[in-house]
Design a protein around this ligand. Structure first.
Ligand code: GLC
Length: 482
C-alpha cells in the first residue's frame, strides 16, 4: 500500500506552546504514526513566544498571500524538525498569529484562528508535499475542515483531501458572529441548526463537515450524544453518530518513564518501588511539609478550570483535612477565582497543604513520582492524560467516573483483582470524599497498596494500538471521501 500522508493541525504543540493535553497529543500522535510508517507532519501557529533563537527553523519559499476580507495579507512559512523525526511547519503572521505571546484568551481568538486556518488552505498549495488526509484538532483548526468540504470540493487541487476532525474539548467551541465569515471569504457557509442565530460555531462546523469525527475516549464519544456533555451540539453529534468514534489517547512512554526521569531525585520502576519513598520525602521537604513516610500525601496537577472539578475538590479536602492526618500538594494555574481559593485552603491548613500556582513540568514529574494519591474529580474529561501518567509513576488515582477516566481507571472495589484506582460517580463533594476515604483505608494495608500501585504501573498506555486505530480511521475517511 502507498504510504499515507497525514497533516496534523493544532493550536498547541509541546514544547512550542502548551496549555493542556492537546499540546502533548499534537506531537505524540504524529510520532506514533511515523513509527507505523505513516508520513505524518505537524502544522501549528507561530506565536510570539516561539523565538527563532530557541528553535532551529528555517523559512520555506516566499511569503504566501492569504485572501482576507476584501484584501489579502501575507504569511510566512517556517519549517523545523521536532524530536529528531517529526517535520513541523509553523505559520507566521505578525498581526493575527505572532503578535500574541499567549495561545488563547484574547477577544479576537475566533478571528485569529480563522485567519490561521485560512492561511493553512493557502499554504497547502505551496508545499512540495500534499497530504492525503488532514487531521484537524479542536475548533481552532475546524475552519480548514469546513472550507475543504464546502469550497475545496470544487477545486481539483483540494478535491481529494479527506478530513478527520478530533474533539478534545466540547466546552470550547469558537463561537463568533457570522461577520467572521466574509473576513475568511466563507460567507456562503451554511448556518447549522445547532448554531445560535447570527453566530458561527467552529466546533459545530468541524463536526458537520468532516469525513470522520472522533473524540479521545470511547466513553466520552458516547457521553456527548446526550445533553449534559453534548454542550448544545448533541443533536448534530447524534446525526453524525455513524461517523463518530472514540480513540483513547496514549502517553509517550519514553518521555514519561519513572525509571529514567531526570526530574526525579530517585528513579524507580515497579520492581524497585520501595525506593519511591525517597521522592516522597523530597517532595514533602520541597513543599515545606513534614517529611513523614506514613502520612498519606495527596496530589493534584491540573489546569484550574471549572471542568476539572475544583468545586467539589475544595469542600471534600476541607472535610478530610479537618479530621485526618494527611497532606496535600496542589500544582496548577488558571482561573483567578480558583487560584484565590487554593491560597485560602493553604492558609487554613498551613501544616498540611502546599499549593504551587504555576506551570512547572519538572515539579509535576516530582509530584507524580512522590505523591501517594492522585486526585482528578473532573466534571467532564474527554480523555485525561495525567491519571495515566500518575499510574505509571506509582501514584494511585482517585477519579470521577466520566469520559476517558472511565476507560483508564478501574475501581478496586468493583474489580478487586484488576482495579487500578478508585472511582466515584456523582459530581458531589461527599462522593469524592468517600472515594478518598476508601483509598486511605487501603493505604493503611501496605501489601495490598503496593500491589495496587504495581498494577497501575504495568498498564499499557502506549500509543501503539491507538496509532493503528487512527490509520484505520484515515483509510476509512479516504474511502468515504471518494
Ligand atoms: C483536552 C481534554 C482532555 C484530553 C486532552 C487531550 O484537554 O480536556 O480530557 O486529555 O484534551 O486529548
Amino acid at each position: 500500500m502507498k504510504k499515507l500522508k497525514v497533516l496534523i493541525l493544532a493550536a498547541e504543540a509541546t514544547p512550542f506552546a502548551k496549555v493542556g493535553g492537546l499540546a502533548d497529543i499534537a506531537v505524540a500522535l504524529p510520532r506514533a504514526l511515523r513509527a507505523v510508517d505513516v508520513d505524518a507532519r505537524l502544522l501549528i501557529p507561530r506565536y510570539g513566544n516561539i523565538r527563532s533563537e530557541d528553535y532551529d527553523f528555517h523559512r520555506v519559499g516566499r511569503p504566501i498571500p492569504v485572501p482576507i476580507g476584501p484584501n489579502e495579507s501575507r504569511v510566512h512559512l517556517l519549517e523545523t524538525t521536532l524530536q529528531e523525526d517529526l517535520p513541523t511547519y509553523l505559520i507566521w503572521h505578525d498581526k493575527y498569529v505572532s503578535s500574541c505571546r499567549e495561545i488563547y484568551g484574547f477577544n479576537n481568538d475566533p478571528q485569529r484562528f480563522t485567519f490561521f486556518s485560512r492561511a493553512v488552505i493557502e499554504v497547502l498549495k505551496t508545499l512540495d508535499w500534499k497530504p492525503d488526509v488532514i487531521h484537524a484538532h479542536d475548533w481552532h483548526t475546524a475552519p480548514v475542515v469546513a472550507w475543504l468540504n464546502f469550497y475545496g470540493r470544487h477545486d481539483p487541487f483540494y478535491r481529494d483531501i479527506a478530513t478527520l476532525y478530533t474533539i478534545h474539548n466540547l466546552a470550547y467551541q469558537g463561537l463568533a458572529g457570522r461577520l467572521l465569515l466574509p473576513f475568511a471569504r466563507m460567507k456562503e457557509l451554511p448556518h447549522l441548526p445547532v448554531e445560535p442565530p447570527g453566530k458561527v460555531s467552529w466546533m459545530a462546523q468541524g463536526i458537520a463537515h468532516a469525513d470522520l469525527v472522533n473524540t479521545v475516549s470511547p466513553t466520552y464519544a458516547r457521553e456527548i450524544l446526550a445533553p449534559e456533555a453534548g454542550m448544545g451540539l448533541e443533536q448534530l453529534l447524534v446525526e453524525r453518530a455513524e461517523r463518530l468514534s472514540g480513540v483513547l489517547n496514549g502517553i509517550d512512554t519514553e518521555l514519561w518513564n519513572p525509571d529514567t526521569d531526570a526530574a526525579l531525585p530517585q528513579p524507580f520502576n515497579a520492581e524497585t518501588l520501595s525506593m519511591r519513598s525517597v521522592n516522597k520525602a523530597a517532595l514533602q521537604r520541597e513543599s515545606g511539609l513534614q517529611a513523614r513516610k506514613n502520612v498519606p500525601l495527596l496530589g493534584v496537577v491540573s489546569r484550574l478550570d471549572r471542568f476539572k472539578g475544583l468545586d467539589i475538590l475544595f469542600p471534600a479536602l476541607r472535610q478530610l483535612l479537618d479530621g485526618k492526618e494527611l497532606q496535600v500538594v496542589i500544582l496548577g494555574t488558571g482561573e483567578s477565582e480558583y487560584e484565590t481559593r487554593l491560597r485560602d485552603l493553604q492558609e487554613q491548613f498551613p501544616a498540611q497543604v502546599r499549593v504551587f500556582i504555576k506551570f512547572d513540568e519538572r515539579l509535576a514529574r516530582r509530584m507524580y513520582g512522590g505523591i501517594d494519591l492522585f486526585l482528578m474529580p473532573s466534571l467532564f474529561e474527554a480523555c485525561g492524560l495525567s491519571q495515566m501518567i500518575a499510574m505509571r509513576y506509582g501514584a494511585v488515582p482517585v477519579v470521577r467516573a466520566t469520559g476517558g477516566l472511565v476507560d483508564t481507571v478501574l475501581d478496586l472495589d468493583a474489580q478487586p483483582q484488576h482495579g487500578t484506582g478508585f472511582t466515584f460517580a456523582s459530581f458531589e463533594a461527599a462522593a469524592l470524599e468517600k472515594a478518598i476515604t476508601r483509598a486511605l483505608a487501603l493505604y493503611s494495608q501496605p501489601q495490598r497498596w503496593v500491589a495496587l500501585q504495581q498494577r497501575g504501573m504495568k498498564m499499557n498506555f502506549s500509543w501503539e494500538s491507538s496509532a493503528r486505530t487512527y490509520v484505520d480511521l484515515y483509510r476509512r475517511a479516504l474511502a468515504i471521501h471518494r
